[in-house]
Write a protein that binds this ligand. Sequence first.
Ligand SMILES: [Zn+2]
Length: 385
Amino acid sequence: MSSRSGSSAPTRFSGIRLGSIAGFEISLDYSWFIIFFLILATFIGAVFPASAPGLERMEYLAMGLVGTFLFFASLLVHELAHSFMARWKGVDVEGITLFIFGGMARTSREPDTPGDEFLIAGVGPVASFVLAILFYGVAVVGGYFGLGLAVTVVAEYLGFLNLVLAIFNLFPGFPLDGGRLLRATIWRITGSLRRATKIAATAGRALGWGIIGLGVFSLLVGGGLIGGLWLVFIGWFLTYAARMSYQQVLLHQMLSPLTARQAMSPDPERVPPDLPLENLVHDYFLRRPYNSFPVTEDDVVVGLVTLSQVKLLPRERWRDRIVADIMSPLSETVIVDPETTMMSVLERMREGETRRVLVATEWELLGIISATDITRWLDRVGLIE
Ligand SMILES: [Zn+2]
């Protein structure tokens, strides 16, 4: 499977950086190793011995390694095709990640027009079709010129896999490429990206459930444990990705016109760094509905203190400790300019793994934004189900 996702994708990738191709950073998610060894083992143990019987063990090993490498190279070509088209259409690509379900080109935002979306989504399956033709071509020509069975069998199988990849990605469920083509079409007809995404994502969830059903059926009738489980996983991932992608689009639409100044709780109460923790608890946390307070000294922000930081310390030590002992220092506090868009604020929250952001100009603390504020606000506008 391969799909694309916005920068604030649901999945946060942790993995290995491989390098970059034409400025696109390529990385491997740790989950990729599972699929790598699964495919390698299937190639060496089942696929190639069945389609090219009678070869040496070492030959199957070599075929497996080359085949697996070329398979992932094919996935990369598919994602690179998306990436080049996206760049051409002015959509930044942050990088390409190979993970357990395939590849993913992480784009910074949605395309500007349905036409751009159509091209960016469509070029991936086209690339896979072209690869399929090339590999089948090598198999046919190689057979004709008497190249070894090892070469033609690997080429033929890669042709088949690229064909499957192209066809599977054309299924009309968002966020698969086919789902994006569907979305672009509905977007063009209705003029509403939001409605188009909703319909395409619903199709994505339906497709996901269909695949899960197929997997369960295959498990029940004994059509192979790994294959059945695999379908269930892919289906589950698709329903999840469809739902998250839709929420992402909604979130983006709602947050993009909003600035930090508009979303913040203004003029937050502040505490001095030399305040004893006992006073902090009794005079602030117990009396106010807030879980964090900016720490200021002579009106200058020096840090942020949160309830969870206080809770880390046993109660009997609250008397002899002060705020400065436990607060997050300025270097670990996320501070944004009041005109920052809320999309970037969310981004900063995710990067800094913090739930609070201070809003300040160079000389004045203006407000505070907490994750709870955002959640409550999104809840009100009906985004969270
Ligand atoms: Zn694709």
